[in-house]
Design a protein around this ligand. Structure first.
Ligand code: F0G
Length: 457
């Protein structure tokens, strides 16, 4: 059989409704063209994020009933701890309610003002936490990562040569290196085992620790199985274990590959660092056996982490995203190649060649997709990342202008993907008529969440 199907049956459904195009136009105007202001019920297919949007299994829901709500010593925490230790090989587990507090707590211990934290591609909240501690975040990707058309099996790899140069010039200011698997800002692209191994070797020579941002660790491991010589016959759980073996610890937003709606953790080998993190955890999140999560959430996460490394799940997951990518590619829509693990990233500069970056082509595509098809996507371009120099007034634009279609895990079917692709294709056909946007109001930080937009006349 060649037809791929979802490896589950559906036991509960949540109805969705496509409101009329006129209503969608009205909702957009009322939201002052900010897609974060739209109500979920007015969105037909929601590809805003793959974070906290997974559908849980019957086994996880059963775990919700069995969750132990003890303030201290919850059985569900010990289940979670056991699973994380087994999957990652790390000794100590600090639970947090999502990825950001894990970043905040770990970075508070490791970063001092003036430090430089290199990584392959820091996520925006990660970068913000590095800056918040007085550090500077540096991304060191391959040149291929910035060219959407070029095929490279591991576009998430760190540029080892650049890393070596940075270490040589800044050794005393580098507290650790952070490897994000898969990278989120440039296409959901994986990091190869060879790159992890080489990075570890280089860092060890200088005594610099390596941490992994493990939000999408299972998807990364599956790409290694599919694409890296020598790994095709290995089990995903062994690939995962090897990935973590090159690191001193990890932080995880479990809202992605944890297959849960809320959760996160830090996992470490260093006992002293673990104890320091526990002290801050109590101050910021809660006691060390719940860390801001309910007992039921701990239980669901323990079960989700085991399900996410099941190979039939991962084969379906990666195939479904790839299916959407192929539909778009076949229709001539320019996407980041190859398709990523958690979503398809559209090269919006190529979709709307007449809209300059100052008028936000990737954001324009987001708005048009909602109006055309009721599909909500996210912008990873100039709205989120352009920086204005306060002194010269000149704006520095990001190299890529991407519209991300993030696919929630186990939520939508292949048929939903057909609908999404059709919506994008319709919008692209109107490319000569579509006008860009300007910002009517913006807050000081993370402007994409709270800005008001207006059409350029
Ligand atoms: N690291 C990565 C790689 C992420 O993608 C995210 C979140 C975080 C850390 C922060 O985790 O949201 O649990 O605090 N990414 C979401 C997204 C928000 O839409 O890509 P969090």
């Amino acid at each position: 059989m060649t037809v791929k199907v979802e490896p589950f049956k559906i036991k509960v459904v949540e109805p969705i409704k496509l409101i009329s195009k006129n209503e969608r136009l009205k909702k957009m105007e009322e939201a002052r063209y900010n897609i974060f202001r739209l109500k979920g019920e007015d969105v037909y297919i929601d590809l805003l994020t793959d974070s906290g949007t997974s559908a849980m299994s019957d086994h996880q829901w059963a775990g919700i009933m069995e969750g132990d709500e003890s303030y201290a010593g919850s059985k569900s925490f010990f289940n979670l701890e056991r699973v994380i230790k087994k999957i990652t090989g790390f000794e100590y587990v600090v639970p947090t309610h999502q990825g950001r507090p894990a970043e905040n707590i770990l970075f508070s211990q490791l970063i001092k003002p003036g430090d430089v934290v290199p990584g392959n591609a820091h996520f925006d909240s990660t970068q913000a936490h590095i800056i918040h501690k007085g550090g500077k975040a540096v991304n060191l990707l391959l040149d291929e990562a910035y060219d959407p058309k070029t095929y490279h099996p591991f576009k998430g790899n760190v540029n080892i040569e650049q890393l070596e140069n940075l270490i040589k010039s800044q050794r005393d200011n580098i507290p650790f290196f952070l490897m994000t698997v898969t990278n989120n800002t440039i296409g959901g692209q994986p990091v190869s085992m060879e790159n992890l191994r080489r990075t570890r070797k280089l860092l060890s020579g200088f005594g610099i620790p390596l941490y992994i941002d493990a939000a999408r660790f299972a998807e990364n491991a599956y790409f290694i199985k599919l694409r890296e010589p020598g790994y095709g016959e290995k089990e995903v759980k062994d690939i995962v274990r090897e990935m973590f073996s090159y690191a001193d610890g990890c932080i995880m937003s479990a809202k992605k590959d944890g297959l849960v709606n809320i959760g996160g953790f830090i996992a470490l080998n260093d006992k002293k660092l673990y104890e320091q993190c526990c002290e801050l955890l109590i101050l910021l999140e809660g006691f060390i056996t719940y860390g801001g999560m309910a007992g039921r959430d701990l239980e669901a996460l323990a079960r989700g982490l085991e399900e996410v490394i099941e190979e039939d799940y991962l084969a379906y997951r990666i195939d479904q995203v790839n299916y959407l990518g192929k539909k778009l590619d076949d229709a001539g829509i320019p996407i980041v190649q190859p398709p990523g693990g958690h979503g398809i990233y559209i090269d919006a500069k190529s979709v709307f060649p007449r809209i300059p970056q100052s008028q936000f082509p990737a954001y324009t595509l987001v708005v048009e997709m909602y109006i055309e098809a009721g599909v909500r996507a996210a912008e990873i371009g100039s709205v989120a990342f352009a920086k204005k120099d306060e002194i010269t007034g000149k704006t520095d634009y990001p190299r890529l202008e991407l519209t991300r279609l993030a696919v929630p895990r186990r939520v939508y079917t292949y048929r939903h993907m057909d609908f999404v692709a059709e919506g994008v294709i319709h919008v692209a056909k109107k490319k000569d008529k579509v006008k860009g946007f300007k910002i009517a109001y913006e807050p000081k930080t993370l402007r994409h969440f709270l800005a008001d937009f207006a059409r350029v006349e």
